[in-house]
Write a protein that binds this ligand. Sequence first.
Ligand code: NAD
Ligand code: UDP
Length: 350
Amino acid sequence: MKVLVTGGLGYIGSHTVTTLIENGYEVVIVDNLSNSKIEVLDSIYAITGVRPAFYQFDVRDEQKLDELFEKETPEAIIHFAGFKAVGESCQEPLMYYENNLGSTFSILKMMKKYKVCNKIVFSSSATVYGVPDSVPLTESSPIKEATNPYGQTKIMIEKILTDFAKVEGTNVALLRYFNPIGAHTTGLLGEDPNGLPNNIFPYLNKVAVGALPILNVFGDDYETVDGTGVRDYIHVMDLAEGHVLALKKLEQDCGVFVCNLGTGKGTSVLELVAAYEQANDIKINYQIAPRRAGDIAENYAGTEKAKNELGFECKYSIKDACGDGYRFQIYSLFVQRIKSKNREKEVVQE
Ligand code: NAD
Ligand code: UDP
């Protein structure tokens, strides 16, 4: 089956692409590189031996998207493309609504036009549950008022896709991710954001290699196992596998399928730091800092539905994720150094 992956060079998209290829899917990627690098395509090739068809444009460009559909005729879409930084979404709400909703509208218009494409997997988030009344969060936990525009786009898109599916008979998987961490087991793919990372894992990676001096642990006075925030960290390769299983589910004409993707286990910030230290035999420099505005104490996923209806089970541990993440960070540092050495040579030759 041919699958169009929007945002396929991004963090979760690129890992999912390798898993799709390994499961025999033909992959077409569209990405405008607003938050990714073209080199990711080389890593996908190095890992899988396949270089997927790649289109560089903004998914909101309906003319280009129409041409792509005409040429490639994908039968399914995995829609990752969108902006994802909570803090930035509070500063630039319009940018978030425009990109996240706009990209979804373009895709749905094409699905309406090219009827052969009747399956879509959407990257939703545990953020739709807001401040939980209780944990674990199951798919029937209430959807709460979003505390930021990013979360609001996820709630809105879930609703839009549901309404669309009712009329068009589309099969939709709304996958609510918990906290993806880690990297490809080869260390060739991972998450390396430009500037200061917002999320804990890329921040940890940078502290580990000395690119950042110290990790701030946001609050140690929550009502949790050790006072620090608890989250459900899922290895990105397990998450990738979840997408393949979701596609299979959609092939059964299941209509709208809502599903959490998490491990079902909560891990505190200090437990994550300890796992990282153990996995890599290093010390992480950290300090306790004030709570971060808008953070909740604890969340983790109810995993029964994913297990029963997708056959989804996590293969990797937190420690695996920490080892893979560190390996990728070292590789990434190495690539950067080579690039800057090459640039130095170019300057000297000029
Ligand atoms: P990412 O930023 O690494 O990947 C998104 C990709 O989409 C990037 O490569 C970017 O260049 C591309 N993109 C953005 N807007 C585009 C547009 N209009 N047209 C074409 N390409 C565009 O993010 P990620 O972490 O891989 O997340 C993927 C999806 O999963 C996002 O929708 C995100 O909201 C969702 N999600 C992520 C997390 C997480 O913690 N990473 C958690 C829950 C949900
Ligand atoms: N966190 C932290 N230091 C950081 C970034 C995050 O202590 O530099 C904590 C944060 O308070 C939360 C957990 O790590 O308890 C996960 O935060 P992240 O931003 O990665 O994901 P979120 O669950 O907020 O989407």
